[in-house]
Design a protein around this ligand. Structure first.
Ligand code: MG
Ligand code: ZN
Length: 197
């Protein structure tokens, strides 16, 4: 369908709302540098959340930092194979993953880049490729870096998920220092995200 914008030109009205998902810590339990199906443990509620999002007209895109590649714990091919497997797992649950975007860099091991979250490179790339309406989109992540990225990219709804908010682990502690300039919702269950869709 074509429509005319206020400048009188025609454009394709393809702008689509998107559910952006971080991978480790949102889709699968973050065991650290997961790169095989054997280590891939799905977090409860992820399929249900994605199905609901899909029914409400969201497309689903995964944006994930994979510094394990920069660290040479695994390579791009291994990552791609796991992604293919992952896409299939979702497909078998009736869910279409539109794309998986990853950043293989880390400033200490490669060079700095514009795709590693909190930078917005992956979001911008997806936005251009799939004509995403970021103002109607959602980002679910488990770190402040995800939230910062979403905020910079002007993604409307930003949700920090952490099922182990009680945990005293260093990682969790660090991620729950909440600077005032960050605005996001915090949930401890993936099912709690559904009302935001
Ligand atoms: Mg994560
Ligand atoms: Zn990168």
């Amino acid at each position: 369908m074509k429509k005319t914008d206020s400048f009188g030109s025609t454009k394709l009205s393809t702008s689509k709302k998107t559910l952006f998902l971080d991978r480790d810590g949102v889709i699968n339990i973050n065991h650290g540098y997961v790169h095989t199906p054997e280590k891939f443990e799905f977090i409860e509620g992820i399929f249900d959340l994605c199905r609901t999002a899909q029914q409400k007209g969201y497309q689903i895109i995964i944006v994930t930092n994979q510094s394990g590649i920069a660290r040479k714990y695994y390579n791009n091919l291994t990552f791609k194979q796991l992604s293919k497997w992952l896409t299939r797992q979702f497909w078998q649950q009736g869910i279409k993953i539109k794309q998986i975007l990853h950043c293989p860099h880390h400033p200490k091991f490669t060079h700095s880049c514009c795709c590693r979250k909190p930078r917005v490179g992956m979001i911008i790339k997806a936005q251009k490729r799939f004509h995403i309406d970021l103002a109607k989109s959602i980002m679910v992540g488990d770190t402040l870096s995800d939230m910062k990225c979403a905020q910079t990219a002007k993604i409307k709804t930003r949700i920090l998920f952490n099922e182990s908010m009680q945990s005293s682990s260093q990682h969790v502690q660090e991620n729950f220092i909440r600077p005032r300039f960050h605005t996001y919702q915090q949930v401890d269950k993936l099912s709690s995200i559904k009302p935001f869709l």
